[in-house]
Each structure stands twice: as C-alpha cells, then as structure tokens.
Design a protein around this ligand. Structure first.
Ligand code: GLN
Length: 193
C-alpha cells in the first residue's frame, strides 16, 4: 500500500509539496483538521510565513494535535515549517512546537540576499541512503540553523551552516525541496515511515 502523506494546508506552498510527494510515489493529501491528521502516516509542514501559520494553527485548534503527531510519527518541516518545529526561534523569538533540538534564526540571509538557488554537496550519510549527486537548494527568505543539539544529525550544509538535518522521526530543510524535480529528500522522508 502507498504511504499516505498529509501536508498541513493552512498557509504557504502546500500544493507544491502535495505534487512533490505524489512524484515521489506516495499518496499525498491536504490536512487542515485533527481528524484529517488521524488519517496520515507522515506530516509535512510547508514553507510560508511561520507567524501566519501559527495564528491559523491556534485558530484551527491544531497546536496540540500536531505536537502529539510529532511525538509519534514522522514530520518534515521546510523553511517556515523548520521554524515551527525548532526548540528555539530567534529574530524575533516566537512560539514553536519545540520538537527538534535546534536554534533557528528567522530571515537570516538579510534583505538584499534573501532568496537564491545554490548547489550543495550532501553529506555521506544522505548519499548512503539515496542516490548520488548534488542537491539544488532553493532558499526563500530562509532561516539559518545556528545551533544543533547533540541528538541532531546534519545531512547537508551550505556556507558553513546546516540546511538539512534530522532528529529521530523529524526531518528539517531550510530550503525548498518541493520546488525542484529531485525527489531524494522526499524519498528520505518516506523512508522514515
Ligand atoms: N521567512 C519566513 C518565516 O520567517 C519563512 C520563509 C519560507 O518559508 N520560505 O516564517
């Protein structure tokens, strides 16, 4: 049976994530409520605006259901999703689920340089679990991971900072794998299910 991925669809680029997981061979559905969350094997928290997403998560009574889901099942956060999952958020400090031992600084690349496409060389651990080759990484007003806890594994970095990391069942990217054709990051996440 196909793995069923839920993409949190309150705000942000959730449609691109749904398409990218379908390309990667999964079933992917939009999730907005706790009962929809009950029907999926893994959850994606997409890029967008983390402050807006937080407001909508409260409005939809989804804070506790998502926190409980993350304690039990795989969750993949990209960009704003990474911010929401991190233990500590700066610039400014902000509420989060706090399920990955990271400190992330929001909008950390500065205004003039806030979006870019670069090629990054993944670490050996990523390559041993997927196919060879660089990752095309799209950064859009991205956060920078400033601290990783001892239990966090770095899978790829860019300019001296981690950009793809995992801790247990949580996968974090500060870039946008859903905007490129490469499905390796999605496959890595599906491997957690
Ligand atoms: N700058 C956004 C935030 O702070 C994240 C940007 C993104 O998800 N592309 O929430």
């Amino acid at each position: 049976m196909k793995k069923r991925i839920g993409v949190l669809a309150l705000q942000g680029d959730f449609e691109a994530h749904v398409k990218s997981f379908v390309r990667a061979g999964a079933d992917a559905v939009e999730v907005r409520t706790a009962s929809e969350l009950d029907c999926v094997d893994g959850l994606v928290i997409p890029g967008g605006e983390s402050t807006t997403m937080l407001k909508l998560l409260h409005y939809m009574d989804m804070m506790e259901p998502v926190r409980a889901f993350a304690a039990a099942k795989p969750v993949f956060g990209t960009c704003a999703g990474a911010i929401l999952l991190a233990k500590e958020v700066t610039n400014p400090s902000q509420e989060s689920f706090g399920v990955v031992d990271l400190t992330v600084q929001r909008n950390a690349y500065g205004r003039q340089n806030d979006s870019r496409v670069v090629h990054i060389a993944p670490d050996a651990d990523f390559l041993s679990r997927t196919a060879e080759g660089e990752i095309e990484a799209v950064f859009i007003r991205a956060p920078i991971i400033r601290r990783v806890g001892p239990g966090v594994k770095v899978l790829a970095g860019y300019a001296g900072n981690p950009v793809l990391v995992e801790e247990g069942n949580i996968l974090i990217a500060t870039f946008h794998p859903e905007l490129t054709k490469d499905s390796r990051v999605q496959s890595l996440f599906l491997g957690k299910i």
